[in-house]
Write a protein that binds this ligand. Structure first.
Ligand code: FMN
Length: 372
């Protein structure tokens, strides 16, 4: 039996060994944007997870683009060297390609990390003035951002380009641009975040203009043989916000600019109530895949391997991302392989822990006995 979830997937010159993606997850463990020993641990454990792709957390392209003061960055030589140290240790053990998500948090930047209180981090505690499409705050009680003017937009585009060049120098295999969850590019895209009256606001075309400029510049800076994707919202879950139709229109534009996969997510507004349930964002990935004929990744409460496999089999998405499910079970891919009768790469050091259908295989038992 061949398992759809464990089929390789090709993006440009890159082959993912299977369809399981460790979704980008902020670790709130960087110092001045520099990766630390925590990143060694975190990325190290997912490097041996058997997934098909590991995507490093949302990484700020400039200091003001970090979500929290402890978020990872890639704007300086020091940031690049810190991540190089981590990758030098992790990569030799990784059985999958490693990508990175680049982002700018916009008016949702300068907040405390989860669990450390809500709202903006005051300037007195190391917070900073944020940037948005206009000076409208993200929500009640939030600081007003500074509206990005032409020079500011050029600065941010350049920051994305320079971070892309650094990611290439780090030999990363894949790039994902974060344009979801109400952060800077997402705020430009959404009618709820963008009330500009110039060419960068108004109708859908105007709202897409700045994100597309950034993505075009990034694609030009990222080597042609390496794939890139964009994460964006399938819906804002609010009246007057982005819908599946907007996602399809954006995906058409992205595909035309050489974006290889569309990573459909949702939400990120201060008011939205999200109807959470297994695979709650899959319909958006499926719609984009169907209507744009492009590779998609889905994510969101996918825990059951049979469900993950069905998503790929039905053709709703090519890649299945897991966030919280991976935190809860870093060996999710092993267990999925067991459940689906597939094979996954297990480091030789861990072979004695590998099981088949929940039980140690006869082979493993014999090998274990011989080793004792
Ligand atoms: C701890 C944590 C950090 C996250 N950080 C990011 C991030 O850096 N970039 C991003 O696009 N999504 C981020 N997310 C969202 C996840 O990538 C994922 O899309 C979301 O949690 C839904 O999938 P899940 O139900 O499998 O967790 C984060 C989620 C968690 C739990």
């Amino acid at each position: 039996m061949t398992s759809a979830l464990f089929q390789p997937f090709q993006l440009r010159d890159l082959t993912l060994p299977n369809r399981i993606v460790v979704s980008p997850m902020c670790q709130y463990s960087a110092v001045n944007g520099n990766a630390t020993d925590w990143h060694l641990l975190h990325l190290g454990q997912y490097a041996v997870s058997g997934a098909g792709l590991l995507v490093i957390e949302a990484t700020g392209v400039e200091p003001e683009g970090r979500i929290t003061a402890e978020c990872l960055g890639l704007w300086s030589d020091e940031n690049e060297a810190a991540l190089a140290r981590v990758l030098q240790v992790v990569r030799p053990f990784a059985s999958m390609p490693i990508g990175i998500q680049l982002g700018h948090a916009g008016r949702k930047a300068s907040v405390r990390r989860p669990g450390a209180g809500r709202g903006n981090l005051p300037l007195s505690e190391g917070g900073w003035k944020t940037f948005g499409p206009t000076d409208a705050a993200f929500g009640p009680g939030w600081e007003e951002p500074r509206a990005l003017d032409r020079a500011g937009m050029d600065r941010v585009t350049q920051a994305f380009v320079q971070a892309t060049q650094r990611a290439d120098r780090l030999d990363l295999d894949l790039l994902e641009i974060h344009a979801a969850h109400g952060y800077l590019l997402s705020a430009f895209l959404s009618p709820l975040g963008n009330a500009r009256t110039d060419a960068y606001g108004g109708n859908r075309e105007g709202r897409m203009r700045f994100p597309l400029e950034v993505i075009e510049a990034v694609r030009a800076a990222w080597p042609a043989h390496k794939p890139m994707g964009v994460r964006f919202n399938g819906t804002d879950w609010l009246d007057g916000g982005l819908t599946g139709e907007d996602a399809v229109a954006f995906a058409h534009q992205l595909k035309a600019r050489g974006v290889d996969y569309m990573d459909l997510s949702s939400g990120g507004s201060a008011r939205a109530e999200i109807p959470l349930g297994p695979g709650y964002q899959v319909p958006y990935a499926a719609q984009v895949k169907r209507e744009v004929d492009v590779a998609t990744m889905c994510v969101g409460l996918i825990r059951d391997p049979v469900h993950a496999q069905a998503i790929v089999e039905r053709g709703d998405a090519d890649l299945v991302g897991l966030g919280r499910g991976m935190l809860n079970d870093p060996r999710w891919a092993w267990h999925a392989a067991e459940a689906l009768g597939a094979k996954v790469t297990v480091p030789h050091q861990y072979l004695r822990g590998e099981t088949t259908a929940g039980l140690p295989s006869q082979d493993t038992i014999i090998r274990s006995a011989a080793a004792r």
